[in-house]
Design a protein around this ligand. Structure first.
Ligand SMILES: Cc1cc2nc3c(=O)[nH]c(=O)nc-3n(C[C@H](O)[C@H](O)[C@H](O)COP(=O)(O)OP(=O)(O)OC[C@H]3O[C@@H](n4cnc5c(N)ncnc54)[C@H](O)[C@@H]3O)c2cc1C
Length: 484
């Protein structure tokens, strides 16, 4: 099947429903459920872009196997131009969602491509695993499926000590048996963002949370299964789509991508879907060695740029509306936002400019600009949101709803909320958007997402420091010290 359109995406979700739980009820159809359907439709609109007469060429490429046009985020990059084309495609999706849907399908498409290209890595574990991961990548690419992933075990306690060894309670997801048909897994993982809106769930080790090098074999694996697999439950948090209008909740009413806990109850994973099993060292090094993290980082930083662009645009409109754009203290804050955006853009460009063939024969973005951009955004984004609050102040609360503008008090609102440059309605609409970025439950989740979705800031700092080659720099300092 060539690149899907929105209708194909919705039909499959409807025909192969996962077991999704939300507020104590099993969701019959995520495509029509009021808490989820708008997120589904936003994703469907992204798939439709693959068939847009103007965008089509930049959104797809020819499948190396079927010759059909398939999603460009699946491309196995061979040149820097491939990386640039992939970034251009991902930018279209990121801009369409204002950077507020971190899990547009490209996030996992690029990860899966990297893992498949590094098939030999999985062959070190068992020779068949190389074919498993390659065939799975081709299957997902040719069917243009939507993936979620879940990397972390639920933990009973954060007390120091390696998680699996303190897990006496079978909370963490583990292999409980092996059969002729496959492995049986049992336990719980968090989180699966986009899980209820996805076709497939990939389960693999987290780069940031290493397993101890002993006795952790049954916690070390990588696999992927349909979300509709019997025994798998996806337990949603409360939805931030409260059924309000685009005027009142401009982001929550569009971009609810939903986070879920994944509960696996004696779930059978067929052998052809197992990519890694029982080797703690290979599991711990998987993301780094396959460059999966690097390619997903290319998507993440592309999204960061689109999100930062959106925030700079929003802040600039806010201060223009309020007439405060020439105040130095306001310009200081705008300059800080611009700095965040430009640093992300510079890192993205550097990562592509310094891209190189990796040991798997794939053109990969340069590591450090991607890691630095990812790490910086963990603290940049909460600060960007803080600046929106500081620039907006009480305007983020003086927010009549769309219904108020159609009520008997409309004339009062039109009179008192007008500014020198905007009508009252325009002002309210804009500040509802700023509120949804900086104050609403949807906005709060965005900040939490950027703080944590790729591991917390401390663990990322540890990973960066461990990878960074400071030897040449130390040598330079040593030489300086030796000078008379
Ligand atoms: C909105 C959102 C979406 C997410 N989506 C996904 C997803 O789709 N798939 C997925 O796999 N994961 C997802 N995650 C999970 C994410 O990977 C984790 O939140 C992150 O790795 C941190 O782990 P934790 O939440 O267990 O935090 P904890 O490990 O509980 O850490 C909480 C705080 O305590 C500190 N801390 C606690 N224990 C330690 C320790 N032993 N060493 C160092 N510091 C420690 C941390 O620094 C951190 O600040 C998502 C998270 C969020 C918030």
């Amino acid at each position: 099947m060539p690149a899907r359109g929105g209708r194909d995406y919705i039909t499959r979700l409807r025909e192969q429903p996962a077991e999704v739980w939300l507020r104590g009820e099993r969701v019959k159809d995520v495509t029509t459920h009021p808490a989820l359907r708008n997120g589904v439709h936003s994703l469907a609109a992204l798939y439709d872009m693959q068939h847009d007469p103007i965008l089509r060429e930049t959104m797809t490429y020819r499948s190396p196997t079927s010759g059909d046009p398939v999603g460009l985020s699946f491309i196995t990059p061979q040149t820097t131009q491939d990386l640039e084309c992939r970034r251009e495609m991902m930018t279209h999706w990121a801009r369409a969602t204002c950077g507020m849907m971190g899990r547009t399908p490209d996030f996992l498409n690029v990860s899966l491509m990297a893992m498949a290209a590094a098939g030999e890595y999985f062959a070190q574990n068992r020779p068949a695993f190389k074919d498993h991961i390659r065939r799975y990548y081709e299957y997902v690419r040719e069917h243009d499926l939507t993936l979620t992933h879940t990397l972390l075990n639920m933990q009973r306690s954060r007390a120091p000590g390696p998680t699996p060894l303190t897990d006496q309670t079978d909370i963490a997801l583990s292999v409980v048996s092996e059969t002729d048909a496959g492995i049986v897994v049992h336990g719980c993982r968090l989180l699966a963002t986009l899980g209820p809106l996805s076709d497939e769930i990939a389960v693999y080790p987290a780069r940031s949370h290493h397993l101890p090098n002993d006795a952790a074999g049954r916690y070390s694996f990588a696999f992927a299964i349909p979300c509709s697999t019997p025994g798998l439950k996806l337990v949603c948090r409360e939805s931030y789509d409260l059924g309000r209008s685009r005027f009142d909740h401009p982001l929550g009413s569009r971009f609810e991508e939903m986070d879920a806990i994944a509960v696996f109850e004696q779930v059978l994973v067929p052998w052809e879907r197992v990519f890694l099993l029982g080797d703690v060292e290979l599991a711990n090094d998987m993301s780094h060695a396959t460059n999966q993290y690097l390619h997903s980082g290319h998507q993440v930083v592309t999204k960061n740029v689109a999100k930062a662009e959106f925030i700079v645009g929003l802040a600039s409109l806010m201060v223009t509306t309020l007439g405060s754009s020439k105040l130095p203290q306001v310009q200081e804050k705008l300059a800080e936002l611009i700095g965040c955006l430009e640093v992300q853009k510079a890192c993205l460009r550097a990562a592509e400019a310094d891209a190189a063939m990796d040991r798997w024969g794939i053109m990969s973005p340069a590591l450090m600009p991607i890691m630095v951009a990812r790490n910086l955004f963990i603290s940049m984004y909460p600060r960007m949101v803080e600046i929106i609050q500081l620039l907006g102040s009480s305007n983020l609360m003086a927010l009549p709803t769309e219904a108020d503008f159609a009520s008997p008090i409309a004339a009062d609102l039109e009179r008192y909320l007008e500014t020198d440059t905007r009508t009252a309605r325009e002002r309210a609409k804009l500040f509802h958007l700023a509120w949804d970025v900086a104050c609403s439950a949807f906005g709060g989740r965005q900040t939490l997402y950027e703080r944590f979705f790729q591991g917390d800031i401390l663990r990322n700092a540890v990973v960066t420091t461990n990878i960074y080659d400071a030897q040449p720099l130390m040598e330079r300092v040593r030489k300086f010290l030796e000078q008379e």
